[in-house]
Write a protein that binds this ligand. Structure first.
Ligand SMILES: *Cc1c(COP(=O)(O)O)cnc(C)c1O
Length: 399
C-alpha cells in the first residue's frame, strides 16, 4: 500500500502558495479583476455616448483584438459561451434528432448546447493526461456504431444521424485536437471545439478553437477574462463567419430602414457595454497568462515532494493558460479518492479556501443518463480524483 497525502498536508501546501484565509474573507477559485485596466474608462464611454447595446465600436474592437490575439481570421462576439456553442453547432449543420460526439467530462453547457438544438449528446471517453476527448476512444466508438447509409453517417444502434464531433479543452489544457480532427475528417464529420476555458492556450502554435470548422470561447464571470457574460466564435472560414454574424443578428438583411429577415435568426450579439470590459482585459491578457504560469509553477514546486498527489501538468507540445490549476489524487482507487477528496474539501472550506471538485460527469446527470455512450472508464475514474485550486492571476501579488 502506497501512501496517500493527508488533507492537512495538502491544505498546508495550498496555503504556502496563496497564503491563509478565513471563512469571512475566503479565497475563491477564479475571480474577476479589473485593477490596472482601462475598464472603467471604456465602460464610461458607452454610458457617455449612449452606445450600450448590441452594436458599437467596442464590439468590433473586441472582435479584432480576439482575432489578432488567437490568430483567427474571424471572431464573432455573442452573449455567452453556451449560445456560442449552440450557434457553432447549428452552423456546421447539427439538426434536431442528430447525435453529437462529445466528452462526458465537461461543464454542463457543452451538452446543453447540443440539446438546445434538439440534438442528442453521445458521450466518448477522455484521456487522463489532458482530460480531453480521447482520439483513440473516438475512433473505436465510431468503428463500433457508425455506418454509412444513403450518404449519411448513422449510429446503427439508435438509427440517428451522427452530425459533429465536439471536444473540450478542459481547464485550459489543449486536448489532442489535431488527432481528433483527423478521426473526425476520416468519417466526414465537422469539428467544433469548446474552447470556453482555453483563451491563451495553444497546441503546436495553433490556438485552441482553430483546428476544425469553428471554436467557441466564454467570458463568463469566472473565466480568464470576463465581460460579465459573453462568448465568441473563432473561425478561419469567411463564409461561416458571415453566416454567424447574420444568424446572430436576427438574420436581418442590411438595409437603412427595412426590417427584412431571410431566416429564423437569433438575438445573440454581445452588447457594447460588455465588449468594452472585454477590450480592457484583452489588453492585459499576456500579463495574466504569465501570472497564471508562475502560479502553476509555485503549486508544482510545493507539491513536487508530497506523495499521493500530482499537479495536473501542461500537456506536451502545448502552452496551457492554466485557467484552473488542478491537483490529482494518486495512489488510490476512485472510491477511496472520493472519500479523501471530500475530507479535503471540508477542511479547505472550513479554512476559507474554496476548492472545487471537477464536475460530476454529464452522463450521471438526470437529463443525460440515457444518452448514448461508449466506455467511460477514464471519465468515471478521473471524476473522483481531481480538485481545483485557487487559480486567479491576482493571487500571485498576494504571496
Ligand atoms: C464556461 C463554459 C461554457 C459556457 O459558457 P457560458 O459563457 O457560461 O455560457 C461552456 N463550456 C465550458 C467547458 C465552460 O467552461
Amino acid at each position: 500500500m502506497t501512501n496517500k497525502a493527508s488533507s492537512a498536508a495538502i491544505l498546508q501546501g495550498i496555503q504556502q502558495v496563496v497564503g491563509t484565509s478565513s471563512r469571512e474573507k475566503p479565497i475563491c477559485l477564479h475571480e474577476p479583476d479589473f485593477q490596472g485596466t482601462q475598464a472603467w474608462t471604456y465602460v464610461k464611454s458607452c454610458l457617455d455616448t449612449g452606445w450600450v447595446s448590441s452594436a458599437g465600436s467596442w464590439v468590433s474592437r473586441f472582435e479584432q483584438e480576439l482575432a489578432s490575439f488567437t490568430g483567427a481570421s474571424h471572431a464573432i462576439a455573442v452573449t455567452n459561451g453556451t449560445v456560442a456553442l449552440r450557434l457553432a453547432l447549428h452552423l456546421v449543420g447539427v439538426k434536431p434528432n442528430d447525435e453529437v460526439l462529445l466528452p462526458s467530462m465537461s461543464f454542463v453547457a457543452t451538452a446543453n448546447a447540443v440539446s438546445h438544438l434538439g440534438a442528442i449528446p453521445h458521450f466518448v471517453d477522455i484521456e487522463p493526461s489532458n482530460l480531453g476527448l480521447d482520439p483513440t476512444a473516438l475512433s473505436s466508438r465510431l468503428e463500433a456504431v457508425a455506418k454509412q447509409h444513403q450518404g449519411q453517417l448513422i449510429n446503427g444502434e439508435s438509427g440517428r444521424r451522427i452530425a459533429a464531433v465536439l471536444p473540450v479543452h478542459v481547464f485550459g489544457h489543449p486536448a489532442e485536437v489535431a488527432k481528433i480532427h483527423s478521426v473526425a475528417d476520416k468519417w466526414g464529420l465537422p469539428l467544433v471545439e469548446d474552447a470556453a476555458e482555453a483563451l491563451g492556450s495553444w497546441r503546436n502554435d495553433t490556438h485552441c478553437g482553430l483546428f476544425g470548422a469553428v471554436g467557441t470561447l466564454s467570458f463568463n464571470g469566472n473565466k480568464l477574462i470576463t465581460t460579465g457574460g459573453g462568448g465568441a466564435l473563432l473561425t478561419n472560414d469567411p463564409e461561416l463567419a458571415q453566416r454567424a454574424r447574420h444568424l446572430s443578428t436576427t438574420a436581418k438583411q442590411p438595409h437603412p430602414w427595412a426590417f427584412d429577415h431571410d431566416a429564423v435568426g437569433w438575438n445573440d450579439r454581445m452588447p457594447n457595454l460588455n465588449a468594452a470590459l472585454g477590450v480592457a482585459q484583452v489588453e492585459d491578457l499576456n500579463r495574466r497568462l504569465e501570472a497564471k504560469r508562475l502560479l502553476a509553477e509555485r503549486y508544482a514546486t510545493v507539491f513536487a515532494d508530497l506523495e499521493g498527489v500530482e499537479l495536473m501538468p501542461q500537456p506536451l507540445g502545448c502552452r496551457s493558460n492554466h485557467w484552473l490549476i488542478s491537483l490529482r489524487l494518486t495512489n488510490v482507487d476512485p472510491i477511496e479518492a472520493k472519500a479523501q477528496r471530500l475530507q479535503l474539501l471540508e477542511a479547505a472550506h472550513a479554512a476559507g479556501i474554496l476548492l472545487r471538485p471537477i464536475w460530476i460527469p454529464l452522463h450521471h446527470l438526470p437529463m443525460y443518463k440515457t444518452s448514448p455512450a461508449g466506455s467511460l472508464v477514464f471519465t468515471n475514474d478521473q471524476a473522483y480524483k481531481l480538485v481545483n485550486l485557487p487559480s486567479s492571476p491576482q493571487l500571485l501579488k498576494q504571496c
